[in-house]
Design a protein around this ligand. Structure first.
Ligand code: 5GP
Ligand code: MN
Length: 324
């Protein structure tokens, strides 16, 4: 661990670990990975993870049942450790622990990170916040619990070592984590690939109703709240849809909109080679990575998809003009 970060952790009597709203695999994996790691190293410290409710499947991670969803307990911690979070707003209600803490550290891999903490360990080239954390640890000494959590985080953010964010270091770390004897097949199958019938129904509906934009370069689909409910699903069940859309032949960019509250649409975007979707996400108050980003819109799904299509077209034109 970097010296300043080591010193902050060593000096803290109590630590709150927090992550972003709508926690995903990397958010949970990196928070719980640090939780187990720090508990092992400093058993005398009070350490508590605070996160919004997360998808049920991620509950297999050791320590998941210790996470608090109650941000109104009035507690203060000397250090707040923010994992996988690009900006203060993304912490949602858990930002109270950042505001009340004497010191703060952020470990992240988002290109849009605003360096909102006191110490910021941000590696936009890293596959995941779990990788950023793991790269600071002596992996021969960590517990199996720590390894399981970090491995899950890496698996989820790389789409099982498939996305272009998978680097040599990612694979070296994954190898060291597997060497701990973790049930890696179960982690991948149960938390990444396995779907409920309701999730499969939403996937089916989304693919049936997807449309092409930008002369076939973009694929888009919008799921209203009522449609999600009709499938027996919730907005927490959208995992995997966007990745299947992105696999469509000749498609450069995939866009999924889903309504989380009446009139409020979550935007999820992926690109294959050219389009920087983090740039588009910024126009919608969001952020993320070059190949995976998100935001929010209240302009209605048709207009939002058209606006995104216009930006995709513009970026494709720019790329053509610069000869890439
Ligand atoms: P997803 O499409 O899977 O929800 O998100 C893709 C990536 O974009 C993730 O790394 C996520 O953290 C980021 N992202 C998604 N939505 C938002 C948002 O509203 N604001 C910011 N800053 N990042 C987002
Ligand atoms: Mn992440």
């Amino acid at each position: 661990m970097e010296q300043r970060i080591e010193a902050r952790i060593a000096a803290a009597a109590s630590i709150a670990i927090v992550g972003h709203v709508h926690p995903d695999g990397d958010c949970l994996g990196s928070c719980l990975g640090m939780y187990h790691y720090l508990r092992g190293r400093c058993p005398e410290k009070t350490i508590q993870v605070y996160l919004e409710p997360f998808p049920k499947r991620l509950g297999i991670l050791p320590g998941a049942d210790q996470i608090s969803h109650n941000f109104t307990d009035g507690k203060s911690y000397s250090l707040c450790l923010c994992m996988d979070t690009a900006d203060r707003e993304r912490l949602g209600g858990a930002s109270v622990y950042l505001d009340r803490a004497d010191h703060s550290i952020c470990m992240d891999h988002h290109i849009t990170n605003t360096r909102f903490a006191e110490e910021n360990l941000v590696e936009p080239w890293a596959s995941s916040a779990s990788e950023v954390a793991a790269a600071r640890m002596d992996l021969t000494k960590i517990s199996r619990e720590t390894a399981e959590c970090l491995y899950l985080g890496i698996v989820h953010d790389t789409g099982v070592f498939r996305h272009s964010n998978t680097g040599e270091r990612t694979m070296r770390i994954a190898g060291a984590l597997v060497a701990k004897g973790i049930p890696f097949s179960q982690i991948i199958e149960h938390t990444f690939y396995e779907k409920s019938l309701a999730q499969n129904r939403v996937i089916g509906y989304s693919l049936m109703n997807a449309r092409l934009y930008c002369g076939g370069n973009m694929i888009g689909c919008a799921l209203s709240e009522s449609k999600i409910r009709q499938c027996g699903a919730t907005p927490m069940d959208m995992d995997g849809i966007i990745d299947l859309m992105r696999e469509t032949e000749n498609v450069e960019t995939a866009v999924l909109l889903y309504e989380t509250e009446p009139g409020s649409w979550k935007i999820s975007m992926r690109s294959n080679e050219i389009v920087d979707v983090s740039r588009i996400a910024r126009h919608f108050g969001g952020g993320g990575h070059v190949r995976a980003a998100g935001g929010r819109s209240t302009s209605g799904p048709d207009q939002t998809l058209e606006e995104i299509a216009a930006e995709v077209n513009q970026q494709l034109q720019e790329a053509e003009q610069s000869g890439s």
